[in-house]
Design a protein around this ligand. Structure first.
Ligand code: UD1
Length: 425
Protein backbone atom coordinates (compact mmCIF):
# COMPACT_ATOMS: atom_id res chain seq x y z
CA UNK A 1 0.00 0.00 0.00
CA UNK A 2 2.68 2.53 -0.96
CA UNK A 3 1.69 6.10 -1.82
CA UNK A 4 3.49 9.11 -3.27
CA UNK A 5 3.53 12.47 -1.52
CA UNK A 6 4.33 15.31 -3.91
CA UNK A 7 4.79 18.98 -3.04
CA UNK A 8 4.00 20.60 -6.37
CA UNK A 9 5.51 23.64 -7.98
CA UNK A 10 9.12 22.71 -8.78
CA UNK A 11 10.09 23.01 -12.46
CA UNK A 12 11.96 19.87 -13.58
CA UNK A 13 15.57 20.54 -14.51
CA UNK A 14 18.53 18.34 -15.44
CA UNK A 15 18.96 15.01 -17.20
CA UNK A 16 17.21 11.67 -17.10
CA UNK A 17 18.14 8.43 -18.86
CA UNK A 18 15.37 6.22 -20.23
CA UNK A 19 15.37 2.48 -19.53
CA UNK A 20 14.38 -0.35 -21.88
CA UNK A 21 10.89 -0.53 -23.36
CA UNK A 22 8.41 -2.46 -21.18
CA UNK A 23 6.22 -3.58 -24.04
CA UNK A 24 9.23 -4.77 -26.07
CA UNK A 25 10.96 -6.68 -23.31
CA UNK A 26 7.70 -8.37 -22.29
CA UNK A 27 7.60 -9.91 -25.77
CA UNK A 28 11.34 -10.59 -25.92
CA UNK A 29 11.57 -12.54 -22.64
CA UNK A 30 8.95 -15.14 -23.72
CA UNK A 31 10.56 -15.20 -27.20
CA UNK A 32 13.77 -16.43 -25.55
CA UNK A 33 12.07 -19.77 -24.72
CA UNK A 34 11.46 -20.58 -28.40
CA UNK A 35 14.48 -22.89 -28.50
CA UNK A 36 16.68 -24.94 -26.19
CA UNK A 37 19.28 -22.20 -25.89
CA UNK A 38 20.65 -19.33 -23.84
CA UNK A 39 20.14 -15.64 -24.67
CA UNK A 40 21.55 -12.48 -23.13
CA UNK A 41 19.21 -9.49 -23.02
CA UNK A 42 20.46 -6.04 -22.05
CA UNK A 43 18.67 -2.81 -21.11
CA UNK A 44 15.98 -4.72 -19.21
CA UNK A 45 14.00 -2.38 -16.93
CA UNK A 46 13.55 -3.23 -13.25
CA UNK A 47 9.75 -3.05 -13.17
CA UNK A 48 7.06 -5.27 -11.66
CA UNK A 49 5.73 -6.71 -14.95
CA UNK A 50 9.22 -7.81 -16.01
CA UNK A 51 9.95 -9.28 -12.60
CA UNK A 52 6.68 -11.25 -12.71
CA UNK A 53 7.46 -12.56 -16.20
CA UNK A 54 10.86 -13.75 -14.92
CA UNK A 55 9.21 -15.51 -11.96
CA UNK A 56 6.75 -17.29 -14.28
CA UNK A 57 9.54 -18.54 -16.57
CA UNK A 58 11.57 -19.71 -13.57
CA UNK A 59 8.55 -21.62 -12.29
CA UNK A 60 8.23 -23.24 -15.74
CA UNK A 61 11.83 -24.43 -15.43
CA UNK A 62 13.94 -21.78 -17.18
CA UNK A 63 17.23 -20.77 -15.54
CA UNK A 64 17.47 -17.00 -15.34
CA UNK A 65 20.39 -14.92 -14.13
CA UNK A 66 20.08 -11.19 -13.63
CA UNK A 67 22.77 -8.62 -13.10
CA UNK A 68 21.68 -4.99 -13.10
CA UNK A 69 19.88 -4.48 -16.41
CA UNK A 70 21.16 -7.69 -18.04
CA UNK A 71 19.25 -10.96 -18.13
CA UNK A 72 20.51 -14.34 -19.20
CA UNK A 73 17.70 -16.75 -20.00
CA UNK A 74 18.72 -20.38 -20.31
CA UNK A 75 16.14 -22.87 -21.58
CA UNK A 76 18.55 -25.63 -22.61
CA UNK A 77 16.66 -27.97 -20.29
CA UNK A 78 13.02 -28.44 -21.34
CA UNK A 79 10.51 -26.18 -19.64
CA UNK A 80 6.82 -26.77 -19.01
CA UNK A 81 4.18 -25.60 -21.49
CA UNK A 82 1.57 -25.56 -18.70
CA UNK A 83 1.27 -22.17 -16.97
CA UNK A 84 -2.11 -22.92 -15.36
CA UNK A 85 -0.75 -22.98 -11.78
CA UNK A 86 0.63 -19.44 -12.01
CA UNK A 87 -2.60 -17.55 -12.40
CA UNK A 88 -1.66 -15.12 -9.64
CA UNK A 89 1.35 -13.86 -11.65
CA UNK A 90 -0.28 -13.99 -15.11
CA UNK A 91 -3.41 -12.26 -13.82
CA UNK A 92 -1.47 -9.14 -12.90
CA UNK A 93 -0.23 -8.27 -16.37
CA UNK A 94 -1.38 -8.20 -19.96
CA UNK A 95 1.78 -9.54 -21.54
CA UNK A 96 1.41 -13.03 -20.03
CA UNK A 97 -0.52 -13.74 -23.26
CA UNK A 98 2.85 -13.90 -25.09
CA UNK A 99 3.48 -17.23 -23.36
CA UNK A 100 0.74 -18.63 -25.60
CA UNK A 101 2.59 -17.86 -28.83
CA UNK A 102 6.06 -18.73 -27.51
CA UNK A 103 5.08 -22.09 -25.95
CA UNK A 104 2.91 -23.05 -28.92
CA UNK A 105 5.87 -22.27 -31.19
CA UNK A 106 8.27 -24.40 -29.19
CA UNK A 107 6.11 -27.27 -27.94
CA UNK A 108 3.00 -27.19 -30.21
CA UNK A 109 1.08 -27.02 -26.92
CA UNK A 110 0.32 -24.33 -24.37
CA UNK A 111 -1.98 -23.90 -21.37
CA UNK A 112 -1.98 -20.30 -20.17
CA UNK A 113 -4.47 -18.44 -17.94
CA UNK A 114 -6.35 -15.57 -19.59
CA UNK A 115 -4.29 -12.40 -19.11
CA UNK A 116 -4.84 -9.53 -16.68
CA UNK A 117 -3.57 -5.98 -17.13
CA UNK A 118 -4.99 -2.48 -16.82
CA UNK A 119 -8.75 -2.17 -16.63
CA UNK A 120 -9.16 0.26 -19.53
CA UNK A 121 -12.00 -1.34 -21.45
CA UNK A 122 -12.91 -4.49 -23.29
CA UNK A 123 -9.68 -6.35 -24.08
CA UNK A 124 -10.57 -9.52 -25.99
CA UNK A 125 -7.88 -11.84 -27.37
CA UNK A 126 -9.98 -13.12 -30.28
CA UNK A 127 -7.44 -11.93 -32.86
CA UNK A 128 -4.64 -13.82 -31.10
CA UNK A 129 -6.81 -16.94 -31.13
CA UNK A 130 -7.83 -16.44 -34.75
CA UNK A 131 -4.13 -16.33 -35.64
CA UNK A 132 -3.24 -19.47 -33.66
CA UNK A 133 -6.18 -21.34 -35.21
CA UNK A 134 -5.08 -20.28 -38.69
CA UNK A 135 -1.65 -21.77 -37.89
CA UNK A 136 -3.36 -25.10 -37.09
CA UNK A 137 -3.97 -24.96 -33.33
CA UNK A 138 -7.15 -26.11 -31.65
CA UNK A 139 -8.04 -23.60 -28.97
CA UNK A 140 -10.34 -24.21 -26.01
CA UNK A 141 -11.02 -21.71 -23.24
CA UNK A 142 -12.18 -23.34 -20.02
CA UNK A 143 -11.88 -22.56 -16.31
CA UNK A 144 -10.07 -19.30 -17.13
CA UNK A 145 -7.34 -21.10 -19.11
CA UNK A 146 -6.52 -20.95 -22.81
CA UNK A 147 -5.61 -24.49 -23.89
CA UNK A 148 -3.97 -24.94 -27.27
CA UNK A 149 -2.63 -27.88 -29.19
CA UNK A 150 -1.34 -28.14 -32.74
CA UNK A 151 -0.18 -31.53 -34.06
CA UNK A 152 1.33 -29.47 -36.87
CA UNK A 153 1.91 -25.71 -37.07
CA UNK A 154 1.57 -24.53 -40.66
CA UNK A 155 2.19 -21.06 -42.07
CA UNK A 156 -1.01 -19.17 -42.95
CA UNK A 157 -2.34 -15.93 -44.39
CA UNK A 158 -3.87 -13.97 -41.50
CA UNK A 159 -5.76 -10.68 -41.83
CA UNK A 160 -6.24 -9.01 -38.44
CA UNK A 161 -9.71 -7.46 -38.05
CA UNK A 162 -8.28 -4.82 -35.70
CA UNK A 163 -4.77 -3.45 -35.48
CA UNK A 164 -3.51 -5.26 -32.38
CA UNK A 165 -0.04 -5.01 -30.86
CA UNK A 166 -0.53 -8.15 -28.79
CA UNK A 167 -1.98 -10.28 -31.59
CA UNK A 168 0.76 -9.20 -34.03
CA UNK A 169 3.57 -10.18 -31.65
CA UNK A 170 1.84 -13.36 -30.47
CA UNK A 171 1.28 -14.65 -34.01
CA UNK A 172 4.93 -13.83 -34.88
CA UNK A 173 6.09 -15.85 -31.85
CA UNK A 174 4.30 -18.99 -33.02
CA UNK A 175 4.78 -18.50 -36.77
CA UNK A 176 8.59 -18.34 -36.58
CA UNK A 177 8.55 -22.07 -35.72
CA UNK A 178 5.72 -23.09 -38.11
CA UNK A 179 6.25 -24.96 -41.38
CA UNK A 180 6.11 -22.59 -44.33
CA UNK A 181 5.20 -18.95 -44.81
CA UNK A 182 2.91 -16.80 -42.67
CA UNK A 183 1.65 -13.40 -43.78
CA UNK A 184 0.10 -11.08 -41.18
CA UNK A 185 -1.92 -8.30 -42.81
CA UNK A 186 -3.18 -5.20 -41.00
CA UNK A 187 -0.34 -5.79 -38.53
CA UNK A 188 0.48 -3.25 -35.81
CA UNK A 189 3.60 -1.14 -36.48
CA UNK A 190 4.70 -0.05 -32.98
CA UNK A 191 8.46 0.20 -32.31
CA UNK A 192 8.24 -2.72 -29.88
CA UNK A 193 6.96 -4.96 -32.69
CA UNK A 194 10.09 -4.17 -34.69
CA UNK A 195 12.19 -4.79 -31.58
CA UNK A 196 10.69 -8.24 -30.91
CA UNK A 197 11.10 -9.11 -34.63
CA UNK A 198 14.76 -8.00 -34.53
CA UNK A 199 15.35 -10.20 -31.50
CA UNK A 200 13.66 -13.18 -33.18
CA UNK A 201 15.69 -12.67 -36.36
CA UNK A 202 18.89 -12.68 -34.29
CA UNK A 203 17.70 -16.01 -32.86
CA UNK A 204 17.56 -17.35 -36.41
CA UNK A 205 13.97 -16.49 -37.40
CA UNK A 206 13.11 -15.16 -40.84
CA UNK A 207 10.76 -12.17 -40.43
CA UNK A 208 10.43 -9.38 -42.97
CA UNK A 209 8.25 -6.28 -42.92
CA UNK A 210 7.99 -5.66 -39.16
CA UNK A 211 7.15 -1.97 -38.77
CA UNK A 212 4.86 -2.06 -41.84
CA UNK A 213 1.31 -3.39 -41.96
CA UNK A 214 2.31 -6.59 -43.77
CA UNK A 215 4.68 -8.94 -41.96
CA UNK A 216 6.05 -12.01 -43.74
CA UNK A 217 7.50 -14.87 -41.76
CA UNK A 218 9.13 -18.01 -43.11
CA UNK A 219 9.17 -20.62 -40.38
CA UNK A 220 12.52 -22.18 -39.40
CA UNK A 221 13.33 -25.56 -37.86
CA UNK A 222 16.27 -24.38 -35.77
CA UNK A 223 16.69 -21.30 -33.62
CA UNK A 224 19.58 -20.37 -31.35
CA UNK A 225 20.44 -18.03 -28.52
CA UNK A 226 21.61 -14.45 -29.12
CA UNK A 227 22.65 -11.21 -27.45
CA UNK A 228 20.32 -8.26 -27.69
CA UNK A 229 19.78 -4.79 -26.23
CA UNK A 230 16.16 -3.61 -25.82
CA UNK A 231 15.11 -0.26 -27.33
CA UNK A 232 14.33 2.68 -25.01
CA UNK A 233 10.77 3.05 -23.77
CA UNK A 234 8.69 5.35 -25.95
CA UNK A 235 5.96 5.82 -23.33
CA UNK A 236 8.34 6.55 -20.45
CA UNK A 237 10.10 9.10 -22.67
CA UNK A 238 6.77 10.74 -23.49
CA UNK A 239 5.86 10.82 -19.79
CA UNK A 240 9.03 12.76 -18.92
CA UNK A 241 8.49 15.06 -21.91
CA UNK A 242 5.03 15.91 -20.59
CA UNK A 243 6.25 16.29 -17.01
CA UNK A 244 8.85 18.83 -18.21
CA UNK A 245 6.26 20.69 -20.28
CA UNK A 246 3.74 20.77 -17.42
CA UNK A 247 6.20 22.11 -14.83
CA UNK A 248 7.76 24.71 -17.17
CA UNK A 249 10.94 22.72 -16.80
CA UNK A 250 14.00 22.26 -18.99
CA UNK A 251 15.26 18.69 -19.19
CA UNK A 252 17.45 16.55 -21.41
CA UNK A 253 16.06 13.04 -21.86
CA UNK A 254 18.85 10.62 -22.80
CA UNK A 255 18.78 7.17 -24.45
CA UNK A 256 15.81 7.99 -26.66
CA UNK A 257 14.95 7.28 -30.30
CA UNK A 258 13.54 10.70 -31.36
CA UNK A 259 11.83 9.15 -34.43
CA UNK A 260 9.57 7.13 -32.08
CA UNK A 261 8.47 10.36 -30.41
CA UNK A 262 7.32 12.29 -33.50
CA UNK A 263 3.57 12.29 -32.72
CA UNK A 264 4.27 13.55 -29.19
CA UNK A 265 6.88 16.09 -30.29
CA UNK A 266 4.43 17.50 -32.86
CA UNK A 267 1.60 17.94 -30.31
CA UNK A 268 3.84 19.45 -27.63
CA UNK A 269 5.28 21.89 -30.19
CA UNK A 270 1.71 22.85 -31.15
CA UNK A 271 1.10 23.65 -27.47
CA UNK A 272 4.10 26.01 -27.47
CA UNK A 273 6.61 23.66 -25.81
CA UNK A 274 10.15 23.76 -27.20
CA UNK A 275 11.32 20.27 -28.20
CA UNK A 276 14.88 19.91 -29.50
CA UNK A 277 15.91 16.57 -30.98
CA UNK A 278 19.45 15.26 -30.60
CA UNK A 279 20.96 12.03 -31.95
CA UNK A 280 19.82 9.90 -29.03
CA UNK A 281 18.21 12.47 -26.81
CA UNK A 282 15.44 15.04 -26.62
CA UNK A 283 15.53 18.35 -24.75
CA UNK A 284 12.16 19.68 -23.62
CA UNK A 285 11.65 23.25 -22.44
CA UNK A 286 8.20 24.05 -21.09
CA UNK A 287 6.81 27.48 -21.99
CA UNK A 288 3.58 28.64 -20.38
CA UNK A 289 0.86 29.48 -21.14
CA UNK A 290 0.34 26.22 -23.02
CA UNK A 291 -2.02 26.39 -26.00
CA UNK A 292 -5.07 24.14 -26.31
CA UNK A 293 -4.80 21.30 -28.84
CA UNK A 294 -6.88 18.40 -30.16
CA UNK A 295 -5.54 14.86 -29.90
CA UNK A 296 -6.86 11.54 -31.18
CA UNK A 297 -5.18 8.33 -30.08
CA UNK A 298 -4.21 6.03 -32.94
CA UNK A 299 -2.01 2.99 -33.54
CA UNK A 300 1.66 3.89 -34.28
CA UNK A 301 2.76 6.21 -35.84
CA UNK A 302 -0.25 8.07 -34.40
CA UNK A 303 -0.52 9.50 -30.89
CA UNK A 304 -0.21 6.54 -28.45
CA UNK A 305 -3.17 5.68 -26.25
CA UNK A 306 -0.70 5.05 -23.40
CA UNK A 307 0.10 8.79 -23.33
CA UNK A 308 -3.51 9.94 -23.49
CA UNK A 309 -3.77 10.35 -19.70
CA UNK A 310 -0.52 12.30 -19.14
CA UNK A 311 -1.48 14.52 -22.11
CA UNK A 312 -4.84 15.27 -20.49
CA UNK A 313 -3.02 16.75 -17.49
CA UNK A 314 -1.22 19.26 -19.74
CA UNK A 315 -4.57 20.21 -21.24
CA UNK A 316 -6.02 20.97 -17.78
CA UNK A 317 -3.76 24.03 -17.56
CA UNK A 318 -3.63 25.02 -21.26
CA UNK A 319 -5.33 28.21 -22.44
CA UNK A 320 -8.65 27.39 -24.11
CA UNK A 321 -10.50 24.14 -24.69
CA UNK A 322 -8.64 21.02 -25.83
CA UNK A 323 -10.15 17.73 -26.89
CA UNK A 324 -8.82 14.25 -26.57
CA UNK A 325 -10.49 11.39 -28.44
CA UNK A 326 -9.66 7.87 -27.31
CA UNK A 327 -10.05 5.54 -30.26
CA UNK A 328 -8.31 2.40 -28.92
CA UNK A 329 -9.79 1.60 -25.47
CA UNK A 330 -13.33 2.67 -24.59
CA UNK A 331 -12.87 3.01 -20.80
CA UNK A 332 -9.68 5.00 -20.62
CA UNK A 333 -11.18 8.06 -18.94
CA UNK A 334 -11.57 6.58 -15.43
CA UNK A 335 -8.86 8.91 -14.09
CA UNK A 336 -10.84 12.02 -15.02
CA UNK A 337 -12.71 12.08 -11.69
CA UNK A 338 -9.38 12.35 -9.89
CA UNK A 339 -8.35 15.36 -11.99
CA UNK A 340 -11.76 16.94 -11.35
CA UNK A 341 -11.06 16.64 -7.62
CA UNK A 342 -8.02 18.82 -8.29
CA UNK A 343 -10.17 21.47 -9.99
CA UNK A 344 -9.81 20.37 -13.62
CA UNK A 345 -12.66 21.33 -15.96
CA UNK A 346 -13.35 18.19 -17.99
CA UNK A 347 -16.48 16.87 -19.64
CA UNK A 348 -16.76 13.50 -21.34
CA UNK A 349 -18.96 12.76 -24.30
CA UNK A 350 -18.64 9.16 -25.39
CA UNK A 351 -14.99 8.69 -26.42
CA UNK A 352 -14.07 12.39 -26.35
CA UNK A 353 -12.97 14.46 -23.37
CA UNK A 354 -13.25 18.25 -23.62
CA UNK A 355 -10.83 19.94 -21.28
CA UNK A 356 -10.97 23.67 -20.61
CA UNK A 357 -7.79 24.97 -19.02
CA UNK A 358 -7.87 26.33 -15.46
CA UNK A 359 -5.23 28.56 -13.83
CA UNK A 360 -3.85 25.81 -11.62
CA UNK A 361 -4.65 22.38 -10.20
CA UNK A 362 -5.16 22.22 -6.46
CA UNK A 363 -3.49 19.52 -4.39
CA UNK A 364 -5.55 16.83 -2.73
CA UNK A 365 -5.65 13.08 -2.17
CA UNK A 366 -6.05 11.19 -5.45
CA UNK A 367 -5.77 7.59 -6.49
CA UNK A 368 -4.25 5.72 -9.37
CA UNK A 369 -6.71 3.74 -11.49
CA UNK A 370 -4.18 2.07 -13.83
CA UNK A 371 -0.55 2.26 -14.95
CA UNK A 372 -0.65 5.26 -17.29
CA UNK A 373 -3.30 7.02 -15.24
CA UNK A 374 -0.74 6.73 -12.45
CA UNK A 375 1.83 8.62 -14.53
CA UNK A 376 -0.81 11.28 -15.18
CA UNK A 377 -1.54 11.62 -11.45
CA UNK A 378 2.16 12.13 -10.75
CA UNK A 379 2.36 14.94 -13.34
CA UNK A 380 -0.79 16.48 -11.83
CA UNK A 381 0.86 16.36 -8.40
CA UNK A 382 4.01 18.02 -9.76
CA UNK A 383 2.04 21.07 -10.91
CA UNK A 384 -0.58 21.30 -8.14
CA UNK A 385 -0.40 24.01 -5.48
CA UNK A 386 0.53 22.19 -2.28
CA UNK A 387 0.77 18.58 -1.17
CA UNK A 388 -0.79 15.82 -3.28
CA UNK A 389 -1.09 12.29 -1.97
CA UNK A 390 -1.34 9.59 -4.65
CA UNK A 391 -2.53 6.18 -3.48
CA UNK A 392 -2.50 2.76 -5.17
CA UNK A 393 0.84 3.46 -6.86
CA UNK A 394 1.37 -0.28 -7.28
CA UNK A 395 0.04 0.30 -10.81
CA UNK A 396 2.91 2.75 -11.51
CA UNK A 397 5.52 0.24 -10.31
CA UNK A 398 4.37 -2.15 -13.03
CA UNK A 399 5.86 0.03 -15.74
CA UNK A 400 8.12 2.87 -14.54
CA UNK A 401 11.64 2.15 -13.30
CA UNK A 402 12.87 4.40 -10.47
CA UNK A 403 10.22 7.02 -11.12
CA UNK A 404 10.54 8.88 -7.83
CA UNK A 405 14.37 8.78 -7.81
CA UNK A 406 14.49 10.11 -11.37
CA UNK A 407 12.01 12.88 -10.57
CA UNK A 408 13.86 13.81 -7.38
CA UNK A 409 17.10 14.07 -9.40
CA UNK A 410 15.24 16.46 -11.69
CA UNK A 411 14.30 18.62 -8.67
CA UNK A 412 10.82 17.32 -7.86
CA UNK A 413 9.71 17.10 -4.24
CA UNK A 414 8.34 13.55 -4.25
CA UNK A 415 8.60 10.78 -1.72
CA UNK A 416 7.17 7.30 -1.28
CA UNK A 417 5.44 6.28 1.93
CA UNK A 418 4.27 2.87 3.02
CA UNK A 419 0.89 2.58 4.63
CA UNK A 420 -0.78 -0.33 6.33
CA UNK A 421 -3.87 -1.58 4.57
CA UNK A 422 -6.67 -0.56 6.97
CA UNK A 423 -8.49 -3.77 6.13
CA UNK A 424 -5.56 -5.73 7.58
CA UNK A 425 -5.45 -3.92 10.93
C1 UD1 B 1 -0.74 -3.29 -25.92
C2 UD1 B 1 0.09 -2.68 -24.82
C3 UD1 B 1 -0.66 -1.54 -24.16
C4 UD1 B 1 -1.12 -0.53 -25.20
C5 UD1 B 1 -1.85 -1.21 -26.34
C6 UD1 B 1 -2.15 -0.26 -27.49
C7 UD1 B 1 1.47 -4.50 -24.07
C8 UD1 B 1 1.75 -5.50 -23.02
N1 UD1 B 1 0.41 -3.71 -23.86
O1 UD1 B 1 -1.93 -3.81 -25.31
O2 UD1 B 1 0.22 -0.90 -23.23
O3 UD1 B 1 -2.02 0.38 -24.58
O4 UD1 B 1 -1.06 -2.28 -26.87
O5 UD1 B 1 -0.99 0.34 -27.97
O6 UD1 B 1 2.18 -4.39 -25.04
N2 UD1 B 1 -8.36 -6.08 -29.73
C9 UD1 B 1 -9.36 -6.95 -30.12
N3 UD1 B 1 -9.06 -8.28 -30.20
C10 UD1 B 1 -7.82 -8.77 -29.91
C11 UD1 B 1 -6.81 -7.88 -29.52
C12 UD1 B 1 -7.11 -6.54 -29.44
O7 UD1 B 1 -10.49 -6.53 -30.39
O8 UD1 B 1 -7.63 -9.99 -30.02
C13 UD1 B 1 -8.65 -4.63 -29.66
C14 UD1 B 1 -8.50 -4.07 -28.23
O9 UD1 B 1 -9.70 -4.24 -27.50
C15 UD1 B 1 -8.15 -2.63 -28.51
C16 UD1 B 1 -7.33 -2.70 -29.82
O10 UD1 B 1 -7.65 -3.95 -30.40
O11 UD1 B 1 -9.32 -1.89 -28.77
C17 UD1 B 1 -5.85 -2.60 -29.62
O12 UD1 B 1 -5.43 -3.54 -28.65
P1 UD1 B 1 -3.95 -4.16 -28.64
O13 UD1 B 1 -3.09 -3.37 -29.56
O14 UD1 B 1 -4.07 -5.61 -28.84
O15 UD1 B 1 -3.52 -3.85 -27.15
P2 UD1 B 1 -2.86 -4.82 -26.11
O16 UD1 B 1 -1.98 -5.83 -26.81
O17 UD1 B 1 -3.90 -5.31 -25.15
Amino acid sequence: MDAFIIEGGNPLQGEVTISGAKNAVLGIIPAAVLCACSSKIENVPDIKDVNKMIVILEKLGAEIYREKDTLIINTEKPISYDVSDYEEETGQMRASYYLLGALLGRYRKAIVPLPGGCNIGDRPIDQHIKGFQALGATVVIEHGQVKMEAPELKGAHIFLDVVSVGATINIMLAAVRADGKTIIENAAKEPHIVDVANFLNLMGANIKGAGTDVIKIVGVEEMHGCEYSVIPDQITTGTYMMAAAATEGDILIKNVIPKHMEAITAKLSEMGVIVLEEDDGIRVIGKHPLKAVNVKTMPYPGFPTDLQQPMAVLMTIAQGTSTITESIFESRFKYVDELRRMGANISINSRTASITGVKALSATKIRTTDLRAGAAMVIAGLIADGETKITEIVHIDRGYENLQENLRNLGADIRRISEKDPACL
